[in-house]
Design a protein around this ligand. Sequence first.
Ligand code: C2E
Ligand code: MG
Ligand code: MG
Ligand code: MG
Length: 274
Amino acid sequence: HSKRAGSHSYACYQPSMVDHRADDAALAEDLQHALDRGELHVLYQPQVDLATGAPIAAEALIRWQHPARGPISPVRFIPVAERSATIIGIGLWVLEQALRQMTVFDDPFHVSVNVSPRQLREPTIVHDILAVLRRVGADPRRLVLEVTESALVDEAGEIAALRALREHGIRIAIDDFGTGYSSLQYLTRLPVDILKIDRSFVAEMDDTPEGSAVAAAVIRLAQVLHLSTVAEGIETEDQAAELRALGCDIGQGFLYAKPLSPADLVAFAQVPAG
Ligand code: C2E
Ligand code: MG
Ligand code: MG
Ligand code: MG
């Protein structure tokens, strides 16, 4: 095993890493049929207005129920899908599911959908996303696309695609903000509306006063640039209270709800939050 893994990986050797590589081809093969076989579904994690507690949006999160292996995490299979064209079809399918789900809710409830870098590199991506919006009859202003900053650094094609989508009223969020390697300067040039504070920074808030420094800085930066902020991975009332005091707009995390089935999302959104 370890010989095939290459010497560079000895330092952080974990059996699962090597197993994953051997297993990638099998997973990629199964993924090609997963959509047709109805093995994929989408859950929705609510986002709440931190000031009022009201549910105002949901993030679509894909799930794969493998017939032989049981549930497989998107952390495991999305990177596999990204290495082939499979992510293109899967990504548009998630978008369509999410937009159909959103039509159940009243304006301005919106839906947030993750978009992988591989999707943004597809020359037809703008056309394809707009086509799904038209087919479903959904208002582009109620759609947020989440991209990671690594997808955007010096990637002119991807940035142009986002700019075109934004001109149609779609909002762009930078996911896991602060975990990439980019300079802050790039933010002022990007077509972006929302910064999502990575849950690692939210988790750090509990530890020490310094633990809040990154979250506080991101929120302040967003305010200066007229962007809104979503904090992900909120698990405690203390974290929520501190983020609220810092001026963070929206919260998402197990404190409010885990990712929910469509029916459970409807129930959650109808119960007045308190
Ligand atoms: P993400 O977009 O940053 O999504 C947030 C992840 O954090 C989700 O994991 C969610 O279940 C988890 N989470 C939410 N609240 C909490 C909390 O309070 N505590 C903790 N510990 N975790 C929390 P999930 O659903 O496993 O998704 C993992 C990643 O997979 C996502 O990270 C996203 O990058 C990717 N992903 C999921 N669905 C899609 C998709 O449809 N398309 C693409 N391209 N990527 C997707
Ligand atoms: Mg996300
Ligand atoms: Mg995130
Ligand atoms: Mg994250």
